[in-house]
Design a protein around this ligand. Sequence first.
Ligand code: ACM
Length: 263
Amino acid sequence: MRIGIVQSSPVFGEVKKNIADCFDLMASHSADLWVLPELFASGYQFLNPAEARDLAETVPGGITTQALIEYAYSKSCFIVAGLPELDDDSVYNCSILVGPDGYLARYRKIHLFYEEKTNFTPGDLPFAVVDIGIAKIGMMVCFDHLFPESARSLALQGADVIAHPANLVLPDLAQRTMSIRALENGVFTATANRVGTETRTDEALTYTGQSQVVAPDGQALVRLSQDRVEVAVVEIDVSDARDKAITKHNDKLGDRRPDLYRL
Ligand code: ACM
């Protein structure tokens, strides 16, 4: 299976241009599963909830989901990507999974970061895993990386690959945590972060790139630059995520002792 990560530099509010830029980047590569950044078409630095609402789209009816479905159909691939989702009066920081046959699943970010707490409604759906045939895919978004329960919930449901759209601003944090999430759960992780700077408030946000795919042993298979628009495609063997043995007597998931964990 080939996993592609897209490290783009969206322009705030330029939804159609940002979608087209990603498709241009992807066009010269071939992948079975593409992962695009968090809020990849809208941009990230919303000034207030009304602005987030203006750029939010319904799923699967909105233009971003529809464009992704069309691309997935034309290239026979699957895509995970982030967008602001409008559902009734609520706006969620959402990640969707689409494939050649259309829309498959959504995940609404549970752990909101910084001013997202003002502009979005916290996710209200449990972590879920979707079997796309070639692999079982789980989704989480950006800051979820710091909460081990996110990746663990997905691993316990059988995820082989955790797709992780991100807009990271704290340098070199998620790269480390996601390597550990991959290692401790014995899964592949694919983090697609953006680059560029948004200066819509006095507090400029510079996104830190270094998008990466990590193997179940915690080693990065690829890590992109800190500041360039780039894509990478890596070949993985999904069966590496299904063998959780550490020794012949130890198993990463089987040795857990939930009877003694106080959560
Ligand atoms: C983040 O969750 N976008 C840092």
